[in-house]
Design a protein around this ligand. Structure first.
Ligand SMILES: [Mn+2]
Length: 330
């Protein structure tokens, strides 16, 4: 049996800020390549990890442009809902989304939570389950979205999930789940994950595989995204499992699609802001959060001339006025 898996395509009608190419055209090339591969290599089933669309109510003209590719496959793509496919991180809004409509039309097959699907080819039978993204997938005590409780009447079990599964601890304050937390609990032989666009590759723990090969799209201008080549995965299954991660041939060089100057400017801004915050903090904790008082205090300690101090206060006043008039317009 041969399966093809890819994730996080983020279909949208506009080009993300700081990308230099035409995002829609680039993404079409990727779909073409993946669908062509699925057909020419006789892939039995195509699986998808969520975030097919960048928003749940994407304009129908863009949806239409991409359905053409999906419809070329003889079978619907088996997929889970990503956070971008639904409203308010709530999978029960699916019927109101474009992905929900594609499910009704039979162009994709949404795997519902607790649903068990069997995929068969010759003498190989796979138990396929999935879990969509939901608001506390990475904070609930049992992390049940990642756990397959039972494996029966099959050779192997595959679970697709859209959540922040990671191989190592991540930035504090960003909810995530570590492979180590679920590896002993799940019965899935392969856990296919989307959501974390950088991906962590393929990890094997206790004869179980945990996979996130990363998004096929690069939507944010960060160093890791510039250096990453988007890829898809072929899974060969007979009496054992074999993976073949393939870089998309049509994917352009990161340096050619992202503007490194913008990245550097953003980093510079961030750095200056952090310096400013540190500087303010270094004067001790201010009990009063009135910015004018903070400026006055700093200028006394640093012996800053009055005209500079007054200019700073004047500019802050202007900025505050601008902000409040903008808020008034909303
Ligand atoms: Mn995503």
């Amino acid at each position: 049996m041969k399966l093809l898996y890819f994730t996080d395509s983020h279909i949208r009608g506009s080009t993300p800020k700081s990308r230099k190419d035409n995002y829609v055209e680039t993404l079409k090339e990727k779909f073409k390549e993946i669908i062509e591969t699925a057909k020419s290599e006789n892939i039995d089933y195509v699986l998808f990890g969520g975030d097919l669309f960048d928003r749940p109510d994407l304009s129908l003209s863009i949806v239409n442009e991409f359905i053409i590719y999906l419809k070329e496959l003889p079978l619907p793509i088996y997929c889970v809902l990503g956070n971008h496919d639904i409203f308010g991180q709530n999978p029960s809004t699916a019927t109101r989304t474009v992905l929900g409509i594609l499910d009704t039309l039979g162009i994709v097959k949404l795997i519902n939570y607790n649903e068990i699907i069997y995929l068969q080819r010759n003498n190989i039978k796979i138990q396929l389950t999935g879990c969509p993204y939901y608001y506390n997938i990475d904070t609930s005590p049992e992390r049940e979205g990642y756990i397959v409780n039972e494996k029966k009447n099959c050779n192997f079990s595959i679970h697709i999930v859209h959540g922040m599964l990671l191989d190592r601890p991540f930035i504090k304050g960003i909810p995530h789940t570590l492979i180590d937390e679920i590896a002993d609990k799940t019965f899935a032989d392969i856990t296919l994950c989307g959501h974390y666009h950088t991906g962590f590759g393929i990890k094997k723990i206790n004869e179980k595989y945990f996979v996130n090969i990363g998004s096929i799209s690069r939507v944010s201008n960060t160093l890791s995204e510039i250096e990453r080549t988007p890829s898809y995965l072929i899974i060969h299954i007979d009496n054992k499992i074999k993976f073949d991660v393939r870089n998309l041939k049509c994917a352009k060089n990161g340096e050619d699609i992202f503007d490194k100057n913008i990245l550097m400017q953003e980093e510079f801004k961030e750095q200056k802001l952090n310096e400013f915050i540190q500087q303010v903090n270094s004067y001790g904790s201010f009990e009063i959060l009135n910015i004018e008082s903070i400026i006055r205090e700093i200028s006394i300690r640093e012996k800053i001339p009055d005209d500079i101090k007054n200019e700073a206060i004047r500019r802050i006043g202007e900025a505050q006025m601008l902000l409040s008039s903008k808020e008034g317009m909303l």
